[in-house]
Design a protein around this ligand. Structure first.
Ligand code: CTP
Length: 401
């Protein structure tokens, strides 16, 4: 999480400088303290007052003002930073850093800092593809500077190609990831998420209210902590998270097939999906027409995916979810044992702030030894981290490594 993280944001002279205002806002919204350094050219595109207002801090651009009574700006900002982000970064700033030029506050601070430096280029496609720029990026990458690839699309110069500043949400996610300790670097996690959709005819299906948010949060948290993540998702309105292998499925049968295909390579399986227990016994080839009187649908059981994994899980850690509306703990504990899980996350969806569609959750994590961790309402990424912490405990207890 970016809470209390100290970010020094360098803004350089590109038309994408206006997007750095949104970036500042997102960092601040997540609890980070942001100090902005602008180059002279950046100030041609956007007023320093914008960043001052959004960050609640004075904007830095001069080399030599004293910002406290013993330190020069470039030293104090360089030491202050948990991370430096240069967004947008022009060909010029990349070239100057690569050449070791330090002739203004931003380049001098980059030269001085020991914090990670994330550079987000934004420029005309021809400039970005220029061999000099590419060589500079390669050289800086080999020296430990971190880069994000610019996006494709329409550019301000009316051409189309690679050169757009990466999406603000992607930059924020990259910063979150860089600042997260990689304590799951050896793990390969399968996460299932979302509902399944069981077709009845070409225009109708049976499903449930799952939004996929908890599973996506687990995938994001796992990836930030260094795990390789395969996210197998039923239909969801959410965007596939960056940096995970994303597998889109629809029905429970498809989800089972995808899980089994990735099972061998996995060390942890987390089944956050709300899998439909039943599907229509026949899928009609053409649309069912209404008739007089009531209609009875014939349903048949879907495979219980987690129970099947439980039978052959080997040394994998298996985590399930129990979504309940009554007898939460008893029902969850029974599922934990019956399906041979290592942990079950119990979730009473009748509570406000818990369950389907919310950004928050109220969970209890039960283990096979009778242990139970009860967590207060928290956002789903924070809840995901607590689940992954318990998975780490189980790995340590089982002595897998
Ligand atoms: N699950 C699964 N395959 C199914 C049904 C459920 O893998 N066909 C998994 C879910 O992903 C979840 C766990 O089993 O991790 C518990 O799901 P839930 O539906 O709450 O439990 P059921 O065992 O289906 O029990 P019931 O519906 O009777 O409450």
């Amino acid at each position: 999480m970016l809470q209390d993280k100290k970010i020094v944001l360098g803004v350089t002279g590109s038309i994408a400088a206006y997007k750095a205002a949104e970036l500042t806002r997102e960092f601040v919204k997540r609890g980070a303290a942001v100090r902005v350094i602008m180059t002279g050219n950046a100030a041609e595109f956007i007023a320093p007052l914008t960043f001052q207002t959004l960050s609640s801090n004075a904007v830095h651009s001069e080399m030599y003002p004293v910002i406290n009574d013993y330190n020069l700006a470039h030293i104090s900002l360089a030491e202050y930073a948990d991370i430096m982000v240069i967004a947008p970064a022009t060909a010029n700033i990349i070239g100057k850093i690569a050449a070791g030029i330090a002739d203004d506050l931003l380049t001098t601070t980059v030269m001085t800092t020991r914090a990670p430096v994330l550079i987000c280029p934004a420029m005309n496609t021809n400039m970005y593809e220029n061999a000099i720029v590419q060589e500079n990026i390669m050289q800086l990458t080999s020296r430990g500077y971190l880069f994000m690839e610019p996006g494709y699309g329409k550019l301000a110069c009316r051409s189309e190609g690679q050169g757009r500043l990466p999406e603000v949400s992607d930059i924020v996610e990259e910063v979150e990831s860089i600042l997260t300790v990689k304590d799951l670097g050896d793990e390969r996690i399968i996460v299932t998420a979302g509902p399944t959709r069981e077709p009845l005819d070409p225009v109708r299906y049976i499903t449930n209210y799952s939004s996929g948010k908890m599973g996506y949060a687990l995938a994001i948290a796992g990836r930030r902590r260094g795990a390789r993540v395969v996210l197998i998702s039923g239909p969801s309105a959410l965007t596939a998270p960056r940096g995970v292998t994303f597998v889109s499925v629809s029905s429970a049968m498809e989800m089972k097939e995808a899980v089994m295909a990735h099972l061998k390579a996995s060390t942890i399986v987390i089944k956050a999906a709300a899998v439909a227990d039943y599907r229509p016994a026949t899928r009609l080839a053409s649309k069912m027409k209404k008739q007089a009187g009531p209609l009875t649908l014939s349903l048949e059981r879907n495979p219980d995916i987690i129970a099947e994994i439980g039978k052959k899980k080997g040394k994998r850690i298996l985590v399930g979810f129990a979504v309940e509306t009554e007898n939460l703990i008893e029902n969850a504990r029974a599922k934990l044992i019956d399906k041979n899980m290592d942990l079950i996350v119990a979730n009473d969806v009748t509570q406000a702030g818990a369950g389907f569609g919310y950004d928050t959750n109220i969970i209890k994590i039960l283990d096979r030894n009778g242990g139970q961790v009860e967590l207060p309402m928290m956002d789903k990424i924070a809840a995901a981290d607590r689940i992954l912490d318990r998975v780490k405990d189980i790995i340590a207890e089982k002595g897998r490594k």
